[in-house]
Design a protein around this ligand. Structure first.
Ligand code: NAD
Length: 258
């Protein structure tokens, strides 16, 4: 075990016991599980908010301002996600699925690294979508993102739908944009049915995603939070581990595998 996992050995033993007893384990991840893959989060110590004006992530600004769309496409083109590989956090979550009853992996991440790490795609609920596809906001036609980024690279700063001329956007959810109701319903159901709910690498301030652990708590689940910084739910959680998911999650899955 690394230093952090030794510091939290008691909490991890307790979590392992509860996970072994649980029939429905739900894992809920945020941008923090991907920072060790080189993808910045929003609000962490090295987060995007420290460098970029957050207003470009507002859906209403994307719709009304071509400059925002131009910057958004440039950001997508240059995103660290395209070259990122899963880190020990993703691997440990995939391993948890093999050794205990994980029924759903709810992720706020759009980077597809849980898929890359071997998590069961049928259990992954991407509550904020993913970056692999682009959709026309008018006619709903979809394209692979790489095709649209090729157009950006070729000089189209705000590429328009070739079917109807509509505004296009990656199939991700911006602030102020509605979530896919089917995905949201599936996340809520999984959270209601959970008896152990593990939060990893999320500030738990983006709603409605952050309601999921609250739903789990209200329905009697034990909730564990692993995050570098405090979250608004720490006082209600059964276990809080202030550490790196890349150290803590492998230690936890190691206890369950042993
Ligand atoms: P957030 O940025 O609000 O919070 C991330 C949290 O993770 C922070 O509290 C930070 O302290 C913690 N953290 C960072 N590195 C960590 C580590 N190694 N170990 C443990 N904790 C760590 O992110 P959020 O809660 O996911 O919500 C913000 C939104 O960001 C989501 O909607 C998500 O879609 C989007 N987002 C996704 C990605 C991605 O796909 N990788 C990247 C940036 C933002």
């Amino acid at each position: 075990m690394g230093d952090q996992s030794e510091e939290f050995a008691e909490e991890l033993e307790q979590a392992a016991t509860w996970i072994r007893e649980a029939e429905n384990v739900v894992v809920f991840t945020g941008a923090g599980v991907s920072t060790e893959s080189g993808i910045p989060d929003f609000r962490g110590p090295q987060g995007i908010w420290k460098k970029v004006d957050a207003s470009i992530f507002e859906f209403k600004n994307y719709l009304r301002d071509p400059e925002v769309r131009k910057r958004a496409w440039q950001m997508r083109r240059d995103a660290e996600m395209w070259n990122a590989a899963p880190n020990p956090s993703h691997a440990a979550i995939a391993q948890l699925e093999r050794v205990c009853n994980v029924t759903a992996l709810i992720t706020q991440n759009i980077d597809r690294l849980h898929h890359a790490a071997g998590s069961d795609p049928k259990k992954i609920l991407e509550i904020h979508g993913n970056i692999l596809e682009v959709g026309c906001l008018e006619c709903k036609t979809r394209w692979p993102t790489v095709e649209i980024l090729d157009r950006v690279e070729a000089g189209e700063e705000d590429p328009r739908c070739r079917e109807c001329g509509g505004i296009m956007k990656t199939a991700t959810i911006s602030f102020g944009q509605s979530l896919d109701p089917d995905v949201l319903a599936a996340c809520e159901k999984a959270s209601r049915e959970a008896d152990f709910f593990l939060v990893a690498g999320s500030s738990l301030v983006v709603t409605p995603a952050a309601h999921m652990p609250v739903i789990a708590l209200k329905n009697g689940a034990r909730v564990m939070i692993v995050n570098l910084e405090p979250t608004p739910l720490d006082d209600l959680a059964d276990i809080v581990v202030s550490g790196s998911t890349g150290e803590i999650l492998p230690a936890l899955s190691g206890l369950l595998t042993a």
